[in-house]
Structure formats: C-alpha cells, structure tokens
Write a protein that binds this ligand. Structure first.
Ligand code: 13P
Ligand code: SF4
Length: 305
C-alpha cells in the first residue's frame, strides 16, 4: 500500500517539478521520502536556496510553510494538511507585539520563527532555536523584546548578557514544557554513561541539568560525534527516529516518551500525494505582510551565511 503511494508521490514530484521539505519531527515514513529534512533554520536556508523547482511541499507546521512562502514568493508552497498549526505561534498577537514596541521604543524586536507571518512583519529580526544567541549578539541595543517563547527568550538573554523583555509572559511549547528536572535526574541514574541533550524550549531548570542544549539540527550533528555512543534526547519523540536511522550503531533514548507534537503528525503519505495531485493547500501570505516579514527573515539568513 505504502509502496504504491510512494510511487505516485515520486511521479507527481517529477511531473510537477516539486520538492518535499520535512521537519525533524515528522514521522519515519515522511522522513524517508523527503528530499531534505532539517530544523527550522536549515529548512529556511534550503527554501531560500532552491531555485529550480515550482512547488515546495512542506511537511511540518504552518509557520514553517509560511516562512518558506515568504522567502520564495515565486513558488507554490503546499501544506498537506491545513490544520497543522503550532500552538506557540499563535501565543503572540500583532496587537500585543505593537504594544510592547510602544512601551519599549529603545528595544529591537527579536521574534522566534515559531510565530505567524503578520507578527513577523513587526519584527526587526527573526531567530530560530539554532541561532537565537547569535541573533541577539548582533543587535545594536542592549535590551531587546523577545516573543513568543519565554524559555528561549530567557536562555538567549542568559547566553548574551543582554536584558530581554519577553512577551507574552507565558509563551511556551506544550511539548517541551512537560520536561522536568526529575526526568533528567532519573535518566542520569538509569543511563550513567549517556550524555543528555535538551531543546532550548525546555524550562531553564531542565536545561541547567543537561550536558548540551541544542536545536534539533544541533542534536543531529551532536549524534554524529564519535565520542557519543548513548544519548538521552529531550525533545519531540520523532527526533530519535532520525537519529536512529542515521546512526544505527548508537543508542538514543527519549527523555520522555510522551513528548509528542500532535500537529506535526497530521501529515501522511496519502495527504502528500493528494497535496501534489490537487495542489493543495496553498500557503498564501499577503504581499504587504510578506514584504515586511521578509526583512527580518533575510537579516537572520544573512547572519547564517
Ligand atoms: P528546531 O528549529 O530546533 O527544529 O525547533 C522547532 C520547533 O518547533 C521546536 O519545537
Ligand atoms: Fe510548535 Fe511545540 Fe510543536 Fe514545535 S513542538 S511545532 S513549538 S507545538
């Protein structure tokens, strides 16, 4: 059954000159058919770099597909399931961000890429979990407004020694805030030889107990380190799927088995086939919003070159 659908996807990709990009949290069967898998930054860089395709099928959540649509206005960006939302991205509204800017006109605005296109249009610069500290370092101001992930805001302020005004106060990812210091302590006693890596969206007290704090792309690179044979992984469950596939001789242990992003799993092989066949669901960003949002995204991408 899957073989037949995969054949159809390959044919449709060829007929329509399309490419499939997938986030690291996508399930195994999607990772296997993707042309490129990555973290949010790597996916942005890839989208900015693909000149010779007409369609990008984005297997991830809507803010990622919107970012690709903003960077590639000449391409059709498709989201196989238009309900694939990131809860965190909706935690900051345009009004709230504008109010913070008015209250702190001296601050530049760093917006986490996990946000909607219209809020991005009010940002000075975008960041991802892979480059937040580098982005904050690059600012001209000592204080900055950060939205919407509280934990990443606190962490980037701590790494750079700058002060963050974080809006809203409780912006978070429901997947990463389930991790507790006890989970790290338990993993340490159960796997004394293992290293422990967690995502920056985890709470500060969890990050403090881990050996490494990395974006999902950073975790993929860390797993390839020859000194690491056993790694406890504090992020969404399917990151270990990629790590195991790429490093079959090593052991990867999820820090919690219930760290599951529901909307990341809405994409299926059938939906990718239908998405390509019917060219749905097209991700459209109003050009006025997109042109403003592009400024902050490009400023970030220039730092990564
Ligand atoms: P990465 O950019 O590290 O892949 O993170 C994206 C994300 O949504 C984490 O929950
Ligand atoms: Fe959003 Fe959290 Fe899912 Fe990442 S894991 S896409 S931040 S809800």
């Amino acid at each position: 059954m899957n073989d037949e659908i995969i054949k159809e996807i390959k044919q449709l990709k060829e007929d329509k000159n399309a490419i499939i990009l997938a986030h690291n949290y996508q399930p195994k069967e999607i990772q296997e058919i993707a042309d490129f898998i990555g973290d949010s930054l790597e996916l942005c860089l890839k989208a900015a770099d693909v000149d010779d395709v007409d369609i990008i099928v984005f297997c991830g959540v809507n803010f990622m597909a919107e970012t690709a649509a903003i960077i590639c206005p000449d391409k059709k960006v498709l989201l196989p399931d238009n309900r694939a939302n990131c809860q965190m991205a909706d935690m900051i509204s345009l009004e709230e961000l504008k109010a913070a800017k008015e209250a702190h006109p001296e601050c530049e605005v760093v917006l986490y890429v996990n946000s909607r296109a219209e809020t991005k249009s009010e940002a000075d610069i975008i960041c991802t979990s892979a480059n937040a500290a580098k982005v904050v370092e690059s600012l001209n101001s000592d204080n900055f407004i950060f939205a919407p992930d509280h934990n990443l805001g606190v962490y980037s302020a701590k790494l750079t020694g700058k002060d963050a005004i974080i809006v809203p106060e409780d912006g978070h990812c429901y997947v990463h805030t389930i991790f507790k210091p006890e989970d790290v302590q338990k993993a340490r006693s159960e796997y004394p030889d293992a290293k422990i890596v967690v995502h920056p969206e985890c709470p500060e007290d969890v990050k403090e107990l881990a050996d490494y704090v990395e974006s999902t792309g950073g975790m993929v690179r860390l797993a390839k380190d020859p000194d690491i044979k056993q790694l406890v992984v504090g992020t969404e469950i399917d990151l270990t799927t990629r790590l195991k596939r790429e490093n079959p001789d090593k052991e990867f242990i999820p820090l919690r088995k219930d760290a599951f992003c529901l909307t990341m799993k809405l994409v299926t092989l059938e939906k990718i086939r239908d998405s390509l066949a019917d060219e749905k669901y097209v991700v459209e960003v109003d050009e006025e919003i997109a042109s403003k949002a592009r400024v902050g995204i490009e400023r970030m991408l220039n730092l990564s070159k």
